[in-house]
Write a protein that binds this ligand. Sequence first.
Ligand SMILES: CC(C)(COP(=O)(O)OP(=O)(O)OC[C@H]1O[C@@H](n2cnc3c(N)ncnc32)[C@H](O)[C@@H]1OP(=O)(O)O)[C@@H](O)C(=O)NCCC(=O)NCCS
Length: 224
Amino acid sequence: MKIRQIEPTDYAVLKDFLYHAIFVPTGAAPLPRDVIEKPEIAIYINGFNSSGKEAIKGDCGVVAVLDGKIVGVAWTRIIPAFGHIDDETPELAISVFPEYRKQGIGTDLLKKLFELLAEKGYKQTSLSVQKDNPALHLYERLGYKTVRENGEDFIMLRDLKQEVQAFGMALGMCFGLMFGAVIGTVTDDTSTWLPIGMCLGVAIGGCSRWWSMVGKRKENSMAK
Ligand SMILES: CC(C)(COP(=O)(O)OP(=O)(O)OC[C@H]1O[C@@H](n2cnc3c(N)ncnc32)[C@H](O)[C@@H]1OP(=O)(O)O)[C@@H](O)C(=O)NCCC(=O)NCCS
C-alpha cells in the first residue's frame, strides 16, 4: 500500500469518501447517498483544491492506494464547519472504505497528513467526532486532545510540533550537506567540507528543535 499526497485527478473520489466519513452507529440504517449534498456536509469537499496556483489555504490531503485503487483519504480544510477552531487551523475529514478498515490504513494516512501539514507551516489541526464513534480511540492514540464539547461531539486538536521539529531537522541536514558539497567542490576539498556541512546541518536542525521547545515553554507558562 502506498500513501501519497492527493492530486487534482483524485478530487472526484472525495464525494465517495465524504459519504463514508459520516459516522453511522452499529445497527443504524445506512444514510441516503444524497446526504452529502446538504450544505453543512458538502462544505467539506466543494471547491477543494490543494495544489497549483489556485491552491486554497488549508486544503491538503493524502490518499491510500492499494493495487492501483484509492481505498482511503484524509484531508483538511479551513471552513466554518463542525470542527472549526480558527482561520489558521485546518480541520480533518477521513474515511477508509469499509472493507479495508482496521488494517492500519487510517493510522498511516493521519501520520502522513501530519507531516504534510507541518511542511506547509501549520501548527495544529482540528476535528469534530461524535462521542460514540470508535474512531475516537484512533485520534487519542495519535495525540488529539479534546478542547471542547458540542452536544454529541468532541472538538479535538492535534499539536503538530513534533512533525515541525522533524521537518526542521531534515531541512537543516539538507542545507548543511549541500553547503558542504558546494564549498568542497569549489575548494576541491570535499573530505574537509562535507563533514563540516554535516555538522552545520545538525546544528541548524538542533536550533530549530531548540527554538520550538522554547516556544512550547513560553506557551505553557502563558497558559498557567
Ligand atoms: C476512522 C477510520 C478512518 C479509521 O481507519 P482504519 O483504517 O480502520 O484505522 P486503523 O486501522 O489505523 O485504526 C483502527 C482504529 O479505528 C478505530 N475504529 C474506528 N471505527 C471503528 C469501528 N467501527 N470498529 C472498531 N474500531 C473502529 C479503532 O478504535 C482503532 O483504534 P485503535 O487501534 O487505537 O484501537 C475508519 O474506521 C472509517 O473510515 N470510519 C468511518 C468514517 C469515520 O468515522 N470517520 C471519522 C469521522 S470523525
